[in-house]
Design a protein around this ligand. Sequence first.
Ligand SMILES: NC(=O)c1ccc[n+]([C@@H]2O[C@H](COP(=O)([O-])OP(=O)(O)OC[C@H]3O[C@@H](n4cnc5c(N)ncnc54)[C@H](OP(=O)(O)O)[C@@H]3O)[C@@H](O)[C@H]2O)c1
Length: 266
Amino acid sequence: MQPSHKKPHNARTTPNATTTEYRGEAGQPRLAIVTGGTRGIGAALSARLAKLGYRVIAVYRTSGGAAEGTGVLPVQCDISDPQAVAAFADQVLDEHGTPAVLVNNAGINIDRPFLELTGADWQRVIDTNLSGPFHLIKAFAPAMLAAGAGNIVNIGATTGIRPRSNGVNYAASKAGLLQLTKCLATELAPAIRVNCLIPGMTETDELITRFRLDDPEHRAAVLAEIPQRRIGSPDDIADALEFLVSAHSSYLTGQKLIVDGGQFMW
Ligand SMILES: NC(=O)c1ccc[n+]([C@@H]2O[C@H](COP(=O)([O-])OP(=O)(O)OC[C@H]3O[C@@H](n4cnc5c(N)ncnc54)[C@H](OP(=O)(O)O)[C@@H]3O)[C@@H](O)[C@H]2O)c1
């Protein structure tokens, strides 16, 4: 006997990832939320989901203007503030309905040697990178479960697996996010899939500044460590997101997908 909520495996139909997959029951575009969705990698993720036919809400803290003319709806919310997230979620659920996709992309770095790192530096990064996704998933998972479907993608970092100096707060936050992903993939299954999409070095203003990639010597040294011999683009990450939200990955949950040109091979 098949459990009633599961299709027999031979009943699987070929997923049509460009039409019905992205549409609600009544043919309405489905809703997607991307935190940090107006800038950097998040802007590419928002744009890709919009191109796929989603209505996209791009959560921002300060850069709402960056969404102008992109077709996504910018909404201000500081994801590190649980009350702000609760108010945001109430507003979204009331005015827009249940999201089909939640991408927890917003993240910050405050990199310093451990002995110089303050408690406030630690807390701010944990509050944003780890507690932010926790508050958002808490707020939206009940509605997704009630709808019987949902897709959560947490944007991790290779530092969450492989340690580096001068960023213990960031590394711990991203390691925690990976474990949050796996635990929730278990608890929220089978209705909700939860995966961790891990960018390698990806060309954003933040990364160029932090790793001094506008210096040709620094750039050459970094490229020497990447088998694909290029820094990733935000669109490379959007390509992987497209796979993770499509029916082509319907049997994939609790996983980390590392998009880093082969720099680290775990
Ligand atoms: N770029 C890389 O090479 C790389 C590599 C590995 C992982 N990642 C991860 O990928 C994600 C995006 O990185 P990125 O390079 O695109 O970073 P970014 O350009 O610095 O953008 C960060 C985004 O997060 C938002 N944000 C920060 N704190 C927030 C808060 N409290 N509430 C709401 N939004 C907040 C920012 O919004 P505002 O501008 O409005 O403040 C901005 O949109 C991050 O999670 C990062 O850790 C990036």
